[in-house]
Design a protein around this ligand. Structure first.
Ligand code: FCA
Length: 333
């Protein structure tokens, strides 16, 4: 009887101790996740970071933000995350062909990986479909961009015989190629002749890169080119193009540039007028808040994100409605 009671109190004490131990352990164990982006200077990525941090605040986890402009920095960042006790990370890689190296390094450090925006490709250039990925329905969004440009040309009463399009391309990136392909399809469907569409490959995916590519296309334009449509895979791919048209002497009224992202076009749309007509506003709130939340859920409950989430929600923002649309997602300052 005595022995029995003694044993029971021992079990009780052990349970209390275990419970106490568990509580203090849980409190001490702050969940950390990484959020690595290729171009931290781009408002798009700053916005993703901001939304990821909002998710962390709402749900109680810490986001470690690291800029990864090249392969070396990317692999070093994964070690840094592991050393800091992170359990996984969301990443938009600087080069999609780093996919296998990123996965090997993550595995070595026991970190979970969710790709955002730019999908990893393997050594053969094929998408790594087993790595969870949240990205755009790129062709579809490109089509909407092309249609928006064609609609505005129609609204301005442009004669398509004197209208030419310069499409700044970045085919190295699948999400980029699909966007410009979709855009061109829509322009052709709206009646723009194929020989009125000039492709201008960008060497770098930024404003100087698209300014250079557009400049090299502008010199090839025939003399009847009066009106210009400027396309590209994101806002910076169009902003540089529009700057090039200004230097070449085209008036804003003769230029229609429509970007993609929205986040990177805010300053431009605040200008009273320019050849940059508008942008297809994506969902940086989803790309940042949701991806970070999905990673948090994965590391805390084991529930893996879907292998592929295609985002197709876009809104054309122009000088008319951008304040209102940005306010809706908390981006108007
Ligand atoms: C790519 C682009 C970004 C943004 C994102 C959704 O990563 O480089 O500007 O468009 O896709």
């Amino acid at each position: 009887m005595f022995a029995h009671r003694f044993a029971r109190s021992l079990v009780c004490a052990a349970t209390v101790l275990a419970a106490a131990g568990f509580t203090s352990l849980a409190a001490a164990e702050e969940v950390k996740i990484g959020f690595l982006v290729k171009q931290a200077e781009e408002p798009w990525f700053q916005t993703e970071w901001a939304f990821a941090e909002k998710a962390g605040k709402d749900k109680g986890f810490t986001v470690i933000k690291i800029a990864v402009p090249d392969g070396e920095k990317t692999l070093a960042a994964i070690d840094t995350l592991a050393a800091n006790g992170a359990k996984g990370f969301v990443i938009c890689p600087p080069d999609t062909s780093l996919g296998p190296a990123i996965m090997a390094k993550a595995k070595l450090n026991d970190l979970k990986v969710l790709a955002v925006d730019d999908r990893f490709v393997d050594a053969k250039g094929q998408p790594m479909e087993d790595v969870p990925y949240v990205g755009l329905a790129a062709f579809k969004i490109g089509e909407k961009q092309g249609k928006a440009m064609a609609d505005e040309a129609k609204k301005r009463g442009w004669d398509l015989k004197e209208t030419f399009a310069v499409i700044n391309t970045f085919d190295e990136l699948d999400t980029g190629k699909k966007r410009t392909d979709g855009s061109v399809e829509a322009l052709k469907a709206a009646g723009l002749a194929a020989d009125h569409i000039l492709f201008a490959p960008q060497k770098t995916l930024d404003v100087p890169g698209s300014m250079d590519s557009t400049n090299s296309a502008l010199v090839k334009l025939p003399s009847e080119a009066k009106n210009l449509i400027i396309g590209g895979m994101n806002d910076s791919s169009v902003l540089g193009g529009v700057r090039a048209t200004e230097s070449a002497g085209f008036a804003a009224a003769n230029v229609i540039g429509v970007g993609i992202n929205g986040t990177d076009a805010i300053g431009e749309l605040k200008k009273a007028s320019s050849g940059f007509y508008g942008s297809m506003l994506l969902s940086p709130d989803t790309s940042g808040y949701e991806t970070a939340s999905q990673m948090f859920t994965w590391v805390t409950t084991g529930k893996e994100p879907a292998k592929y989430t295609a985002l197709d929600n876009v809104t054309l923002i122009t000088r008319e409605n951008f304040q209102q649309e940005l306010t809706k997602i908390g981006l108007w300052k």
